[in-house]
Design a protein around this ligand. Structure first.
Ligand code: NAP
Length: 515
């Protein structure tokens, strides 16, 4: 059996001990294994801090940007191999795998582009200078400098390529070396990307390390200047937040966790309107792309009472057109869940929701004898207020229609019951409702997506995380923030207020005059 390798302290290494199997969820065949047992993770973090950090900081922003661009190119050159890995190890259709891989390369390229706005200095001026006393002589300027630790990226299983590279792009451009730890069940693709990046030599030694297998005692060696950027379940997030590395040593942590993303259909929408078609298309895609295993996938669909029957009919028809089967066969538009453990978890989730809802289509039965297949499942809540719909993230192709009275106040109240989400969508052609709703939804949503006939042809879809916009959400979604263009570098930088004699402070640290 192939054993995945880790790239730590300048060499490829394998852990000892019983490996965790990586399976093909279509056939249940074991493809590879991963173990991190016995690997010296303290040494890896030292290597990142002592070798990778200084080498990376010695590069200008423009040189780091060039490295990101080169990474994007070398990964893109392996696209076909990576797609095959997504199909075999993650149950991705080819389209699902491309979404992940192209998301990774596009984000790297986007950050290479954003960097054109960065100065030649080894720090970033942060805002304008400030007069601090009665006389203009005493002056202040905020600056941002790269933190001196390692950016430790712990990722979920659902985006082995994109999840890893969107974090790496921000950290590397900011000047922090990275240690990438993918979710183990789908790490085959992540390991291949790591091999390609290391072999390319586009980054200085120590700037990019890769850990295959469990995190082991990694957190025990995390220090004050390190950053932990985590994506995964809220249970794991709780453990990381409570770790001494964070609580006692003050390492910075960013969390991207569960999210019960909502879609609100406006009461103004007619079922023959263009925006209704957009709503149906988007809900079907957001429920079924990557078999519903997207952090931005739709879980709650708020529909005005009078429209519920027509919405259920349209969504059932749309979901019925998604053929489920072997993702390597282009006849099928949805593959299996990532593994049997995820299948059991989703089946349990559907059963919990179904205690308070009618199952309109799909259900918790597995579809075939082999593999982790389940049908797209739509439920209709008996009562939109029941807690389970707002608290239980079923990480698969599953969503519930929650009837509401059509008012903005009621829709906003229901969205807020989710305790914080990554994205909330509103579909309406009303001139006022989306704006009123956007302000009410904003405190509970990392992103508010306003779908209307005006953007039906051009909008990218609520599930697409764009590098120029922030990704993250409050509360249950983890309270984190990633990407957002150059804002994404802040996590990896220390903001410091420099105070002193104006000519000195302004001359050295102030923003350069625009040419
Ligand atoms: P998970 O079980 O929490 O695992 C996430 C990562 O944490 C994996 O790399 C896992 O490693 C690692 N991990 C587990 N225990 C750890 C520990 N004690 N110390 C350090 N690392 C540890 O989550 P998952 O099942 O992979 O992902 C599904 C969840 O991710 C869903 O809830 C989904 O909503 C969420 N998600 C959120 C976003 C977002 O942007 N908000 C994006 C994608 C997914 P192993 O795999 O080796 O156990």
């Amino acid at each position: 059996m192939k054993l995945l390798e880790s790239y730590l302290a300048g060499r490829w290494q394998r852990g000892s001990g019983e490996p965790t199997p990586l399976v093909n969820p279509t056939t249940d065949e074991t493809l590879a294994g991963a173990s991190s047992e016995g690997l010296d993770l303290a040494e890896a973090l030292r290597h990142g801090r002592d070798v990778g950090g200084p080498a990376l900081r010695a590069l200008s922003f423009a040189e780091r940007a060039a490295a990101l661009k080169a990474m994007s190119q070398v990964i893109h050159a392996e696209r076909e191999t990576l797609i095959e890995m997504g199909v075999s190890n993650a149950g991705n259709t080819r389209g699902d795998a491309k979404f992940d891989i192209d998301g990774a390369t596009a984000t790297l390229a986007a950050y290479a582009h954003f960097a054109k706005r960065l100065p030649e200095t080894p720090f970033l001026p942060d805002g304008a200078g400030i007069k601090l006393g009665q006389s203009p002589r005493f002056h202040g300027q905020h600056v941002r400098v790269p933190r001196r630790g390692v950016a430790l990226h712990i990722n979920a299983f659902n985006f082995p390529a994109w999840g890893m590279m969107e974090k790496a792009a921000c950290a590397l451009l900011a000047g922090m070396p990275v240690l990438e730890k993918p979710g183990t069940p789908t790490a085959l693709m992540a390991e291949h990307i790591a091999k390609v990046v290391v072999a390319s030599g586009v980054l200085p030694e120590g700037a990019f390390q890769f850990l295959a297998g469990g995190a082991g005692d990694l957190l025990d060696h995390v220090e004050a200047q390190d950053v932990i950027a985590f994506t995964g379940s809220s249970g794991t997030a709780q453990r990381l937040r409570a770790h001494r590395a964070v609580v006692e040593r003050g390492a910075r942590i960013n969390v991207e966790a569960d999210s019960l993303n909502a879609v609100v259909l406006g009461a103004d929408v007619d079922t023959d309107a263009e925006v209704f078609g957009m709503f149906v298309r988007e809900v079907v895609r957001e429920m079924t792309q990557k078999t519903g295993q997207k952090c931005t996938a739709t879980r709650r669909i708020m529909v005005p009472e009078p429209l519920v029957d027509e919405v259920l009919e349209a969504l059932t028809e749309g979901l019925g057109a998604i053929a489920v089967g072997d993702p390597s066969d282009s006849a099928y538009r949805m593959g299996p869940l990532t593994n049997r453990a995820q299948l059991e978890s989703v089946q349990g989730g559907i059963a919990r929701l179904a205690e308070h809802a009618d199952v309109v289509c799909g259900g918790s039965k597995s579809l075939f004898d082999k593999g982790a297949f389940i049908a797209p499942t739509l439920l209709r809540a008996h009562d939109a207020n029941t807690e389970v719909f707002h608290a239980d993230e079923v990480f698969g192709p599953v969503a519930s229609v929650l009837p509401y009275d059509g008012s903005a106040a009621e829709a906003a109240r229901l969205v807020a019951r989710g305790g914080g989400s990554l994205v909330t969508s509103v579909f309406s052609d009303d001139r006022k409702l989306p704006l009123d709703l956007a302000l009410e939804l904003a405190p509970w949503s990392g992103r508010v997506y306003l779908g209307s006939s005006k953007v039906a042809e051009t909008a990218t879809g609520a599930g697409l995380v764009l590098p120029a916009m922030t990704h993250g959400g409050p509360g249950r979604a983890g309270g984190g923030e990633e990407l957002g263009g150059l804002r994404g570098l802040e996590l990896y930088s220390q903001r410091t207020a420099i105070q002193g004699f104006k000519a000195l402070v302004e001359g050295t640290f102030g923003e350069a005059e625009a040419g």
